[in-house]
Design a protein around this ligand. Structure first.
Ligand SMILES: CC(C)(COP(=O)(O)OP(=O)(O)OC[C@H]1O[C@@H](n2cnc3c(N)ncnc32)[C@H](O)[C@@H]1OP(=O)(O)O)[C@@H](O)C(=O)NCCC(=O)NCCS
Length: 169
């Protein structure tokens, strides 16, 4: 039996103590490696290299966040602000912690930043074969858009998705 004062989390993959905070340049290598393993997996070349991620972290029009415990990075997200529409570049959660609402929490965190910045919508591209991520985005209000053939390394299609933040505010 669990002690009375133990916090029982609604999702078993969710660590009881984690925080979402701005990424530092020192997170760049880990973010890039996770991007290669979990987002750009099996593509012939690596787009979000450590150098590109480091540039994004330092950029004034981009916000990069990490979800972490004191010991481990659990996930990350990178969003570029635009005037009419912000663009989600990357979002991933370590497989051991998926379905624990960490991805949802990070995306909401980024969306709130866009909303406060006066950007009414968020767009993204996702690999058309990535059904899990498409379902994830749909569960958070994203609508399917067009298919862009050969978007990824000239070999895999992208599906565009958009969320109109003003409609749910
Ligand atoms: C997509 C991703 C970020 C989701 O993160 P997550 O923390 O596991 O997602 P959440 O726990 O917040 O999921 C919220 C809801 O989205 C839906 N969802 C999430 N993953 C899903 C999957 N694989 N299949 C179907 N629905 C899914 C579910 O409705 C889920 O709620 P439920 O668990 O109560 O059923 C994560 O699976 C991931 O890192 N994938 C690999 C990288 C990637 O594809 N990134 C997106 C493209 S850039």
């Amino acid at each position: 039996m669990k002690p009375e004062n133990q916090v029982v989390m609604p999702h078993e993959n969710r660590p009881p103590l984690f925080e979402i905070c701005l990424a530092k340049p020192s997170h760049g290598d880990s973010i890039a490696r996770m991007s290669r393993r979990f987002i750009e997996v099996d593509l012939p070349w690596w787009s979000w290299t450590p150098k590109r991620v480091a540039t994004a972290i330092r950029s004034s029009d981009t916000i990069a966040i990490v979800a972490r415990t004191p010991k481990k990075m659990l996930g990350f997200g990178i969003m570029r602000f635009g005037e009419e529409c912000s663009h989600l570049n990357l979002l991933a959660v370590d497989p051991a912690y998926r379905r624990g609402r960490i991805g949802s929490d990070m995306l909401r965190w980024l969306e709130e930043s866009c909303y406060v910045a006066g950007t009414p919508s968020v767009s993204l591209e996702v690999r058309a074969s990535n059904r899990g991520a498409i379902r994830f985005y749909q569960s958070l209000g994203y609508e399917k858009g067009e298919l862009i053939p050969r978007y990824y390394c000239e070999q895999e299609s992208a599906l565009t998705m958009t969320h109109h933040l003003a409609e749910v505010a």
